[in-house]
Design a protein. Structure first.
Length: 292
């Protein structure tokens, strides 16, 4: 089975060819620009590849409800050029194949659930911290939906004392994404995250906000494991600080050995590395083909 896969991130897009076993045989990277510049490049890549289905993991918010009039749309994204854009129709009209459509972070959560760090979890959470912050929750091996997909990257956090940074989110300012995303780090400190690698103050504050968010997710979702991915989490010196802060915030309230004794294997990096999202997108395509 030849499956196309797209991971649309905030700053770059990965297009790939895979199969039902999750093997990736080819891929390209495209900058995330405006739809009129980006979509023709995506379509050109898949044209003549003989794909049988396509999986799309897309930055959000999106409308993934097939009964909705705006199914397949990117909705209230901060990326103005993509707001209210019907990406599924554009791809379907051009490629004529079944399409599986979900958020990029749900795709990553699905990838880790299928063959990574969340395998076997009744409830698993994938948090991506990069250009934006997103949270994918898989329950019983499937991404969770209710009114819509979770937008837990926009929960409101308690500010650290003396932190007067305004926040970068155009909707909420001091939500998780507004305070701790990659663009927030750059806006706050005047340098890109990778340029701040040795600045302890930067990562101490970042780990503080990430830990706050994780505590909220533990209390709300009760996950069996939490995966932290995305470009900001390439600063892996944060993992011990985050784990310590999570235990401090919980203060013994959650009396489970996974947190009290085994937190190093409870809050973890992605087992699939940077391939979580694209491998999850392949599985979205596999599922779309099966349902067709």
């Amino acid at each position: 089975m030849i499956i196309g896969a797209i991971e649309l991130g905030g700053s770059k897009i990965v297009c790939a060819i895979g199969n039902e076993k999750g093997h990736i045989s080819d891929r390209i990277h495209i900058p995330t620009e405006t739809p009129d510049r980006t979509m023709p490049l995506i379509i050109k890549y898949f044209m003549n590849k003989n794909i049988e289905a396509l999986g799309v993991g897309c930055f959000g918010p999106i409308d993934a409800d097939k009964d909705s009039k705006t199914y397949g749309y990117i909705t209230s994204t901060p990326k103005i050029a993509w707001r209210n854009y019907n990406i599924v129709k554009t791809l379907r009209d051009a490629l004529k194949v079944p399409i599986g459509f979900d958020t990029d972070v749900n795709a990553a959560a699905l990838g880790e659930t299928t063959s990574g760090a969340l395998t076997g979890c009744k409830i698993g959470i994938y948090i991506t911290i990069g250009t934006g912050i997103g949270v994918g929750v898989c329950i019983g091996g499937k991404p969770m939906y209710g009114l819509m997909h979770p937008e837990a990257g926009h929960i409101i956090l308690r500010r650290k004392k003396n932190d007067n940074y305004r926040g970068i989110c155009p909707y909420h300012r001091d939500c998780f994404e507004g305070l701790a995303s990659g663009p927030a780090i750059e806006d706050r400190w005047g340098k890109k995250p990778y340029e701040l690698h040795n600045d302890y103050e930067v990562w101490q504050l970042e780990a503080e906000y990430i830990a706050q968010a994780i505590v909220n997710y533990i209390l709300c979702y009760s996950p069996n494991r939490i995966v932290l991915g995305g470009g900001v989490m390439h600063q892996d010196q944060m993992f011990p600080i985050i784990r310590f802060n999570v235990k401090e915030y919980l203060n013994g309230y959650i009396n489970m050995k996974e947190i009290l004794d085994d937190i190093d294997t409870y809050i973890v990096p992605p087992a699939l590395g940077d391939d979580s999202g694209i491998k999850g997108a392949v599985m979205l395509g596999v599922n779309a083909k099966a349902a067709d």
